[in-house]
Design a protein around this ligand. Structure first.
Ligand code: PLP
Length: 364
């Protein structure tokens, strides 16, 4: 049963499972002063230290959240309060929904943000918060974040980077990128769902909370942190490396689809585990269902909106027209095998032949 929907959720890594099982044995609340509380607090702070260092930041500047969506929301709420927001046209809904009035930064046919246009936007008005994702969830396209960060700093703007799909799949280092914040998500790295983090640059570390509560996370996120889930998150983040090694298998899957008449959406610099494949004339949801019936799990458009039938805003922004409703995302998990790709290739060929037969008959 090939699972090729890693960008929706990675399979749980054994390191994450083991870390969670160990942490579940600890009873206390990290806010309590007694020994049990202190044990929980030690687990939490060790996890914070390891995660912050892993992604180029300081432990005091890392805020644990419930996931990537909350980390994006917290960044926009905390950093964007007195600023206009500019965001890339291919941002995830987690970012789009948090700043519905944002000015949009256009992208090219590969989904790359137009930095010359960003310079014009930054020069035009008051101080801005720019939101630009590191790797796109649908196409894997990698944005030139270091260049965007330098531009933002030149104009006194802040840069929030949604690194949810990039973290654990390529080198990600907040300080090296020069950005002001990074959103991270556990379940995209092979950890459990239910945890994420916002890593802040030291100069913007004191942000207002979205959830105030009992003042946890240095007043930046109220609520008792789920210590065992966080332990699993951090173990996964430390185990995850990069996905370059998956590239040849991704390319083989892609070639199999190309041989059946598919087109690849976004062929620039991208994550090695992701491809976005359009089959002209065939609705994306029909492809997903047909492949599911063959036991192959892929998705159409953003995974968070799978189940809804709508064209992908990412592919629309890339100028793909009707193809934006005809593309599936194939994303290889950390444990993908050649047998998975062979099964995908065979299932895709059967699906494409069957689905395109009525189109060919209509054209004849
Ligand atoms: N940002 C991107 C790029 C994503 O792909 C996702 C989830 O698909 C999110 C944010 C939201 O992350 P989470 O599911 O942890 O809330």
């Amino acid at each position: 049963m090939p699972y090729l929907d890693a960008n929706a959720s990675e399979p749980l890594r054994p390191q994450a499972r083991n870390a969670m099982l160990a942490a579940l044995a600890v009873t206390g609340n990290p806010a309590s002063v007694h020994a049990a509380g202190r044990a929980a607090r030690r687990l939490l702070e060790d996890a914070r230290e390891a995660l912050a260092r892993r992604f180029g930041g300081r432990p005091a500047d890392l805020v644990f959240t419930s996931g990537g969506t909350e980390a994006d929301g917290l960044a926009i709420h905390g950093l964007g309060a007195d600023r206009r927001v500019i965001m890339g046209a291919t941002e995830h809904d987690a970012v789009r929904a948090a700043a519905p009035q944002a000015a949009i930064l256009p992208v090219d046919h590969n989904g790359l943000a137009d930095l010359a246009h960003l310079a014009t936007q930054l020069a035009e008005g008051p101080a801005a918060l720019v939101c630009l994702m590191l790797a796109n969830n649908e196409t894997g396209t990698i944005q030139p974040i270091a260049a965007a960060a330098a531009l933002c700093r030149r104009f006194g703007a802040l840069l929030h980077v949604d690194a949810v799909q990039a973290a654990g799949r390529m080198a990600v280092d907040l300080a090296a990128l020069g950005a002001h914040s990074l959103a991270l998500s556990s379940h995209k790295m092979g950890g459990p769902a239910g945890a994420g983090a916002l890593l802040l640059a030291p100069e913007v570390s004191h942000i207002a909370p979205l959830i105030a509560g009992g003042g946890q996370e240095r007043g930046r996120r109220g609520g008792t942190p789920p210590v065992a889930v966080i332990a699993g998150f951090v173990a996964a983040a430390l185990a995850a490396g990069d996905v370059t090694a998956l590239g040849p298998m991704r390319d083989a899957a892609e070639q199999a689809a190309l041989d059946c008449g598919a087109l690849v959406c976004g062929t620039g610099v991208r994550l090695g585990n992701t491809t976005c494949l359009a089959l002209p004339g065939v609705r994306a949801d029909a492809q997903v269902i047909a492949l599911d019936l063959e036991g192959v799990s892929v998705s159409a458009g953003a995974a968070c909106s799978s189940g809804k039938v709508q064209s992908s805003h990412v592919l629309t922004a890339m100028g793909l027209g009707d193809l934006a409703g005809q593309a599936i995302r194939v994303s290889l998990p950390w444990n993908a095998t050649v047998a998975d790709i062979d099964a995908f290739a065979a299932a895709y060929a059967r699906m494409a032949t069957r689905m395109r037969r009525p189109l060919a008959a209509r054209a004849a």
